[in-house]
Design a protein around this ligand. Sequence first.
Ligand code: NAI
Length: 303
Amino acid sequence: RPPTSQMEEVAILKGSDCRAKGAAPGFKVAVLGASGGIGQPLSLLMKMNPLVSVLHLYDVVNTPGVTADISHMNTGAVVRGFLGQSQLESALTGMDLVIIPAGIPRKPGMTRDDLFNINAGIVRTLCEGIAKCCPNAIVNVISNPVNSTVPIAAEVFKKAGTYDPKRLLGVTTLDVVRANTFVGEVLGLDPRDVNVPVVGGHAGVTILPLLSQVNPPCSFTSEEISYLTSRIQNGGTEVVEAKAGAGSATLSMAYAAAKFADACLRGLRGDAGIVECSYIACQVTLVTLAHFLTKLTLPKQWF
Ligand code: NAI
C-alpha cells in the first residue's frame, strides 16, 4: 500500500494535471464557517462531490467534531479540519475554491444590512488570508449582506494586489432555487425543469426575478407576477420568521451553495457553457454600481 502522503499526493492532483494523466480531476476546496448552520450541510455536500479531492473545514468553533463526522463518509475527498485564527493559513494554502458561509445570520425583524458590522469584519479577515495563501482561488461569498460583503472582499484583494473580478463571486443561487420552485408551483411544472434568471442584488427589492425570461417560455397574469415577485424577494424572510429566532435559511442555502460550487468546479475543469446567476463586479449597469447580480457564463478553464 502507498503511504498516506503518497495517497494524498494522488488525491490532490489538479484538473489540468489529472487530464494529462487520464485520472479523474480533483480540486481542493475550503469551507470557512464549516461548523455553522449552512457550513455543516454544505461541507457534507462538498464531501459528496466527485470533483473534490481535498476538503478543508475551517471555523472558530467545533471543527474537530464536524471533521471527524464528515470524514467517515466513504466518498473520495480527503477531509481535514482547522480550528481558529492560528490555523487559517494552513486551511487556505493551495486551495482552488474557497466558500465562505462564516458570520451571523438574521433573526426576525432584522434586515441583511443589520449583519454588516459583524460580518464585514469576518469576511475581511478571511479574505486577507485568501490573498496571502491562495490568491488564485475562486472565492464564493455566502455571508450576508452579500451586496456589501462582496465589495469588501474586492477591496481586500485590491489592497493585496491579487484582485481578479472573475474569481470573486457572491452566492445568490438560493434566489434562483426559490424562484424555480415557486414558479414551478404556479405553473404546475417540475421545478427541476424551470429556470428563472434573478438579477440585481441579494436583499429585498434589489432581488429581481426576470419572469419574462423564464425557461420554458411561459406567461403570467399580473396577479401571478405580483405574487411571485413578492414571494421570491421575501423568501429569506419567510424562513427567518418560520424559524422564529433560530436563524435563517441553512439547508436550502447549503443545497444552493453546493450547486453553485459544483458549477465553479466544472468551470475550473474546463467545461463550456455553464451559465449561472451571481453577484459580481460588473460594467453593464449604472455607472454608480460597481457590483451587480447578473447572469454570467463561468469562464471556461479559469487556470
Ligand atoms: P451560523 O451562525 O449557523 O454559522 C456561522 C458560522 O460561522 C459559525 O459556525 C461560526 O462559528 C462561524 N464563524 C464566525 N466567525 C468566524 C470567523 N471569523 N471565521 C470562521 N468562521 C466564523 O450562521 P448560518 O445560518 O450558517 O449563516 C451564515 C451566513 O450566511 C450568515 O451571514 C447568513 O446571513 C448568510 N446567508 C446567506 C444566504 C445567501 O443567499 N447568500 C442565505 C442564508 C444565509
